[in-house]
Design a binder for this molecule. Structure first.
Ligand code: HEM
Length: 129
């Protein structure tokens, strides 16, 4: 009797831990906003996925990492769009899917204003004056 109880308990524990480990869907965890790296459009353009570069894409001011997605080989997606850009309009106008697909890839950064403005406020290249 005691043996049976112990056996059922172990089976329960194994099943419970299996259920707790797998999350059962394709969603990835997002980095909290205050830990996200900042990208200007110029910086983003370096991550077009070509020639071994990582493949990053911006949508709605956030930057997503497509590098490990089989759907974004060499930064090219369905032969229609290329990484390294802000593709907010393209995802709006795409009839295959909406923003729910972005849950499958890591959100790694935020898009910020171009560095021109930053430089005029915070110019390190002014000879110390
Ligand atoms: C321009 C026309 C586009 C077409 C025809 C297209 C088509 C597709 C298709 C067929 C899939 C696979 C769906 C599945 O596995 O169920 C997919 C996945 C995906 N698409 Fe698009 N898409 C387009 C634009 C975009 C844009 C603009 C973005 C982002 C800015 C995007 C982001 C994604 C992501 C993140 C995935 C999931 C990738 C993965 O699971 O690894 N797509 N797309």
């Amino acid at each position: 009797m005691r043996k049976k109880l112990l056996l059922s308990l172990s089976v329960f524990l194994v099943l419970f831990s299996l259920a707790a480990c797998g999350n059962g869907d394709d969603e990835v965890e997002d980095t909290p906003d205050d830990e996200l790296r900042e990208f200007t459009l110029e910086e983003l353009s370096e991550y077009d996925g070509e020639d071994g570069a990582d493949a990053y894409v911006a949508v709605d001011g956030y930057v997503y990492d497509m590098t490990d997605s089989a759907q974004w080989t060499e930064g090219s997606h369905q032969g229609q769009v290329q990484a390294g850009q802000d593709l907010t309009e393209e995802i709006d106008n795409n009839d295959r899917h909406g923003r729910e697909m972005l849950d499958r890839v890591p959100r790694i950064g935020i898009l910020v204003e171009s560095s021109d403005e930053e430089n005029s406020d915070n110019d390190d290249d002014n000879g110390g004056y």
